[in-house]
Design a protein around this ligand. Structure first.
Ligand code: NDP
Length: 337
């Protein structure tokens, strides 16, 4: 029987998540989950990635893992090994992001995984599995933010776009995408040492995390045509207070907190629109459209600059690092290294 490696989080005291710990284990296909009443696809995973939520799962923060034992990893790309679904055949290149995989259902930190066929999308032509996971959940979310700005009618002629948490995964892809589409991009970062990196991705102006974390007045000078916010809390409130009339603010993250200490003034006096972005439960049609745009609009050279590849064994140290805001860009995980 073939065995494969997986990173498994187990509770040493069942029912007590505080006793959970992660370790690489050898599993067989018999260990993989079987879901009732759905068509399964078993995937040989080529790459996964490290997202903020994975950091939470690996460090036990926010109770992201809903059942134990769990194989974390909220996304992966790989090749279909076997399929019960007519939509996928052996050898197809596929991508999975979201659907609570790595939280409720076993995820990408393994050489092999079995999932519900309806969670998979086809890997678009023009992307390798490593590039697909260089983008990953974070990049898909950044693309969905850009699509929401476009749906809101925002064009480069309307003025600058501000990206918060810019040196992180979502932020880096958002900066690169927006700059490639001709937008003027201001990056908010707590890491001034990453200015050169962000400039290479296309940012032309910078603000510090500290100055954007000061409590805003209800309305501040109209500055932004739009925003991609990965931070939430006071920084999102500040961005909203500085958004121009009819501007669009996309909110996708909570790296700075889950609250939103804002007022209604930007909404009722400037018609500012606040658009929430959720990639986890997005429809397959939305995902396919976003992946197609990522292939056409995200230059491969910029994706390379954003991406670092690590072996699965390094996840135990990188999980805490992403929670501490110390990871730059995107980290691709190679479970076969
Ligand atoms: P990263 O950790 O890669 O990026 C987050 C960035 O936010 C950091 O790099 C840092 O950027 C900044 N940051 C970190 N801590 C703080 C803080 N306390 N105050 C202000 N800024 C801070 O994570 P991801 O890019 O993977 O995810 C970003 C956010 O988006 C997360 O909250 C994640 O949960 C969310 N997300 C949501 C999705 C959705 O579908 N809605 C999907 C994917 C992610 P810098 O150093 O430049 O300041």
């Amino acid at each position: 029987m073939t065995t494969f490696n997986a990173l498994v989080v187990r509770e040493s005291e069942p029912g007590n998540p505080k006793t959970a710990a992660a370790a690489i284990e050898q599993l067989t296909d018999d260990d993989l989950p079987s879901y009732d009443d759905v068509e399964h696809v078993t995937v040989d995973i080529a790459h996964s990635s490290l997202n903020y939520k994975d950091g939470m799962a690996l460090t036990g923060k926010g109770r992201i893992i809903r059942s134990f034992p769990m194989v974390p990893g909220i996304d992966f790309a790989g090749t279909v090994a076997s399929s019960e679904s007519a939509n996928f055949s052996e050898g197809d290149a596929v991508i999975l992001t979201g659907w609570s995989v790595g939280e409720r259902y076993w995820g990408g930190y393994a050489q092999r995984q079995r999932v519900d066929a309806s969670w998979l999308v086809r890997q678009p032509a023009g992307l390798t599995s490593a590039q697909a996971m260089g983008i990953g959940t974070a990049g898909l979310t950044a693309m969905m933010c850009v699509l929401a700005l476009e749906d809101g009618g925002i064009t480069p002629a309307d003025g600058p776009i501000v990206v918060t948490g810019a040196a992180g995964g979502v932020g880096s892809v958002a900066v690169a995408l927006l700059a490639s589409l001709g937008f003027e991009v201001t990056a908010v970062t707590g890491r001034p040492e990453q200015h050169d990196y962000l400039r290479e991705l296309g940012a032309t102006a910078f603000l510090t995390r500290d100055e954007m974390s000061e409590a805003p007045k209800p309305l501040e000078a109209e500055t932004w045509a739009g925003a991609v916010d990965t931070v939430g809390s006071t920084m999102l409130a500040k961005v909203i207070a500085q958004t121009k009339h009819s501007g669009v603010v996309t909110a996708c993250g909570l790296a700075g907190g889950v609250d939103l200490p804002s007022t209604v003034m930007p909404f009722i006096l400037r018609g500012v629109r606040l658009q929430g972005i959720d990639s986890v439960m997005a429809s397959t049609a939305v995902r396919d459209a976003a992946w197609a745009r990522l292939v056409s609009d995200l230059p491969a050279a910029l994706l390379d600059q954003i991406t670092e590849v690590i072996p699965m064994t390094e996840l135990l140290e990188r999980g805490p690092a992403i929670m501490a805001g110390q990871v730059r860009g995107r980290v691709v995980v190679d479970p076969n290294a």
